[in-house]
Design a protein around this ligand. Structure first.
Ligand SMILES: Cc1cc2nc3c(=O)[nH]c(=O)nc-3n(C[C@H](O)[C@H](O)[C@H](O)COP(=O)(O)OP(=O)(O)OC[C@H]3O[C@@H](n4cnc5c(N)ncnc54)[C@H](O)[C@@H]3O)c2cc1C
Length: 405
């Protein structure tokens, strides 16, 4: 990396630009675009399988996109079988992460509590609990009194029921990204930060020339793992990856002398309000329906009114809390709010893993395995065909998932 420039340093509003110290290699076996949880997991799983010369290009620093989220929920609590299986597979990886990679990822398996306040929600959640149980998840329905015992912030009077899944919880995405990076580097993968892909062209021999602001690299295979920015990368390669980016924000209450009682990661299905512990404070969030789609990642207080209104109903003591900090990131929504994973049909040598619509952290380890197997032509543990982006061009069915917030 270059030293800070004394002139630029003194100009107001100038973005300091970092020049990567290492030149790009002229060729790579696989180029992964995007160094979030997906990019690093894919790079690790490819390198672990013996694929040499894996190169990850990240225009900023690793994990600085949506994966920069301070805490990420990990769960298998879904209604679509594929999402349940992806969640379960990743939960095992998160549980074994420290032992395998020597990195403590801050995993707290405090459980997830999905709150139901309408009869339709109860019916849908009961159905998905049955499905989760059939696949081996220990989730169960609880009545309002038990929901309140599990989470004393709740007003049981507004609830009809909840689902509780004790194996779920949350972990720290930055540590997972660092753990995969270190493991992948030990196996020979390379990570080029501050390296932005600006163009990709494909030659008559099918090889891709990936051009960045600091040189080009030629490769037979590109993996698009560029999160909310994947549509543009897809267009460079002739692959339709429809993603609508939308800002989502969270807030942290001040740290207390004494911790709050430990509560599950709790979500209200009616409003998408959610909260859980963060050390001696709480993390609060909600999907703000006033938010306009776009790539803005500046923090603002626009969402707190929606949170307060929802909290007044389900957890009144959390309404109108002072916040000590906050964070704004992007949901990378696909049209049916489910992932796009696959090998491009009409663009040889292009794979993609994107559009996770707000649950990409928890699917990261499992999706890395799937992309590895798609690349190697091996049968993955889960058939990803229904998750192909082709479903948005009329080939395949849209996916339906109840547990999306
Ligand atoms: C408030 C909030 C809460 C969330 N909560 C959860 C949760 O509880 N559980 C969960 O599982 N998920 C959660 N998510 C979603 C999760 O963070 C994302 O789904 C996940 O991080 C996506 O990972 P990714 O690697 O696909 O994308 P990203 O982490 O965004 O990585 C993509 C990378 O591509 C890079 N890039 C883009 N264009 C280029 C280019 N041209 N050249 C080079 N690099 C490029 C970007 O800089 C970025 O680093 C949450 C998201 C938000 C915003």
């Amino acid at each position: 990396m270059n030293d800070p420039d004394p002139v630029v340093d003194h100009l107001a509003h100038v973005v300091p630009l970092v020049v990567p110290a290492e030149p790009l290699p002229p060729v790579a076996t696989v180029v992964v675009v995007g160094g979030g949880i997906m990019g690093v997991s894919i790079a690790f799983h490819l390198a672990e399988a013996g694929v040499a010369e894996v190169l990850v290009l990240e225009r900023n620093t690793l994990g600085s996109g949506s994966s920069a989220k301070p805490l990420g929920g990990v769960r298998a609590t879904f209604s679509d079988t594929r999402n349940i299986v992806l969640g379960q597979r990743s939960l095992v990886a998160f549980e074994q992460f420290e032992q395998r990679f020597g990195t403590d990822i801050g995993l707290r398996q405090v459980g997830y509590l999905f709150l139901c306040r309408t009869g339709d929600q109860v019916a849908a959640v009961e159905q998905s609990v049955r499905q989760q149980n059939d696949l081996g998840c220990p989730s169960r329905m609880v009545d309002p009194a038990e929901a309140q015992r599990l989470n004393p912030f709740l007003d049981p009077g507004c609830l009809l029921a909840a689902s509780y899944s004790p194996r779920d919880g949350y972990a720290e995405p930055a540590r997972v990204v660092a753990g995969y990076r270190a493991a992948a580097e030990r196996l020979g993968a390379r990570f080029a930060e501050h390296t932005e892909v600006v163009e990709v062209t494909t030659g008559a021999d099918g090889r891709h020339q990936v051009t960045t602001q600091c040189g080009s690299v030629t490769t037979p295979t590109v993996v698009i793992a560029a999160g909310a920015w994947s549509t543009r990368l897809g267009a460079m390669l002739g692959v339709h990856l429809p993603i609508e980016a939308i800002r989502r924000q969270i807030g942290f209450t001040p740290q207390q002398h004494h911790p709050y009682p430990t509560v599950p990661f709790t979500l209200d299905l009616s409003t998408t309000l959610y909260f859980h512990n963060h050390r001696h404070g709480l993390l609060l969030g909600i999907s703000n329906t006033d938010e306009e789609p776009g790539l803005c990642r500046e923090f603002s207080y626009g969402w707190t009114r929606a949170f307060d209104a929802a909290a007044e109903i389900v957890a009144p003591s959390l309404a109108h809390r002072r916040l000590a900090g906050g964070w704004a990131g992007l949901y990378e929504n696909s049209p049916d709010h489910n992932a796009m994973i696959g090998r491009a049909r009409n663009a040889p040598g292009v794979l993609y893993a994107t559009g996770f619509s707000g649950h990409g952290f928890l699917q990261g380890p499992a999706v890395g395995e799937i992309v590895r197997d798609l690349y190697l032509g091996r049968e993955p543990f889960l058939d990803p065909a229904p998750m192909s982006a082709d479903r948005f061009t009329g080939d395949g069915n849209l996916l339906r998932e109840v547990h999306i917030i």
